[in-house]
Design a protein around this ligand. Structure first.
Ligand code: SF4
Length: 442
């Protein structure tokens, strides 16, 4: 198990540990990063390739849609493809409406998945609802798989909401409709977990989530949920949108919860721009966890924003070059140097804050601002180390970083190759032939 331990606040909440494939979630483990594919799952090659890209980017669990027979048939093929690529990260099946039926008819799919995601608002309607929910839980018990009971405000159980609304209306001082809805969201998750318990499922097999697209609502509901249960929790601002606003909203919603120790896995639900790859949501999740000190994934490069003292483009270019070079270097450093992800580099624009900030980094450089002598002092662990100047400045600075990594981080053995486990399809089930014989890694 990953040796990393996240930093929780003193009010940290310890949840039940839930094993999802090889990954333990909750019980004080590092907050895990999930991502979800957007390919048609029946296209097993495209889905396996995208899942592989997400894993390469840092996803520790990948969720895929399982919505019809063709998708169910493709799941074991996707699992095998990922094993062939040396990837044993857990696969999660996302079920709505017909999960009870698919899981029953396609046991190879049920076995190939490491967790089932159920939305209690989308299991079924009327008298079918409880039956179908029970069938999914029974299937999870049969295959010894955990579930995530994921409540979403877009598909909140209307029967429960109406019940709470009616009860609220009879109160002498009724709460607002919004407050009742927040209560209904948390209640829906807790009541569903209790229903799973009654069928024999332990809390070590249940992860809960309640998702909204309103950041403040998400914080409120999850604080409420965390106060009422000790289940492992998955967090995510649903339908966050695109680009910068979505990243800011997700960070604003998740950070206060994570810093209170609420949340054991996260997903950043970004809509990719046309043509953009799917991996941005993983990069944002990593940056978020790193920025609040819970995980470390890659060296942090501090750079000042620049101002009237940095009128040449040299400073921006150096900051940009160093970021790109370090990102590239991390491919080789990762797994070779233990703890290199904690390296701190500073690229500063002038003498005002440059030397001071650089001294707080492991390796820092303070470029000359407008009118300053054209020299750049470099600091290593707070001490003046060199003075750079001239055209080779970037190369010389990179050499100093390389040297620092080589001399300050112990070398580790190459990562062991992951040994695939087999999920051979049941011969009685219908099989699906791959449309392409080989999947290449991303
Ligand atoms: S360090 Fe210098 S260049 Fe950078 S923002 Fe501060 S004053 Fe401006």
């Amino acid at each position: 198990m990953d040796a990393l331990r996240h930093r929780r606040s003193n009010h940290g909440r310890k949840s039940h540990g839930v094993e999802v494939g090889k990954v333990l979630i909750g019980n004080g483990e590092p907050v895990r990063i999930q991502a979800m594919t957007d390919t048609d799952t029946s296209d097993h090659e495209a889905t396996a390739c995208q899942a592989a890209q997400l894993i390469e980017a840092g996803a520790e669990l990948v969720r895929i849609t399982v919505d019809r027979d063709e998708a169910a048939l493709a799941v074991p093929v996707i699992r095998e493809r990922l094993f062939e690529m040396g990837m044993d990260q857990p696969l999660i099946g996302d079920f709505h409406y017909n999960g009870h039926d698919l899981l029953k008819r396609f046991p190879s799919m049920a076995r190939a998945l490491d967790k089932y995601r159920i939305n209690p608002g989308n299991v079924g309607f009327g008298r079918h609802r409880d039956d179908r929910f029970a069938q999914i839980i029974d299937c999870a018990l049969e295959h010894e798989r955990p579930v995530r009971i994921g409540v979403n405000w877009g598909s909140l159980d209307q029967r429960l909401l109406q019940e709470l609304m009616d009860r609220n209306a009879r109160e002498s001082e009724p709460s607002s409709a919004k407050t009742v809805m927040y209560k209904a969201l948390a209640q829906s998750a807790i009541l569903s977990a209790e229903a799973a318990n009654r069928r024999g499922m332990g809390n070590d097999k249940i992860i809960l989530s309640v998702k909204l697209s309103d950041p403040l609502g998400l914080i409120r509901v999850n604080e409420d949920l965390a106060g009422q249960s000790d289940h492992a929790l998955h967090l995510g601002l649903t339908e966050a949108g695109m680009g910068r606003p979505a990243i800011v909203a997700s960070s604003a919603a998740l950070s206060p919860l994570l810093l209170q120790g609420i949340g054991d896995t996260i997903r950043i639900s970004l809509t990719p721009r046309p043509g953009q790859d799917r991996c941005e949501e993983v990069r944002v999740a990593r940056d978020l966890l790193q920025s609040i000190g819970m995980r470390a994934f890659s060296p942090r490069i501090s750079a000042c924003p620049g101002c009237g003292r940095t009128t040449s483009s040299k400073f921006r270019n150096l900051a940009d070059d160093i970021q790109k070079i370090v990102d590239q270097r991390m491919i080789a450093w990762n797994g070779k140097y233990q703890g290199v992800e904690n390296l701190k580099i500073a690229v500063m624009g002038c003498i005002v804050n440059g030397p001071g900030e650089s001294q707080h980094a492991n390796v820092g450089i303070s470029l000359p601002g407008t009118g300053e002598e054209p020299i750049a002092p470099v600091f290593v662990d707070g001490k003046k180390y060199a003075t750079l100047r001239g055209k080779a400045l970037t190369k010389n600075f990179v050499d100093i970083i390389d040297d620092y990594v080589e001399t300050h981080f112990s070398k580790v053995n190459d990562l062991k190759k992951i040994k695939p486990k087999s999920t051979k399809p049941n011969q009685k089930e219908p099989s699906v032939s791959p449309t392409h014989s080989i999947i290449r890694g991303p």
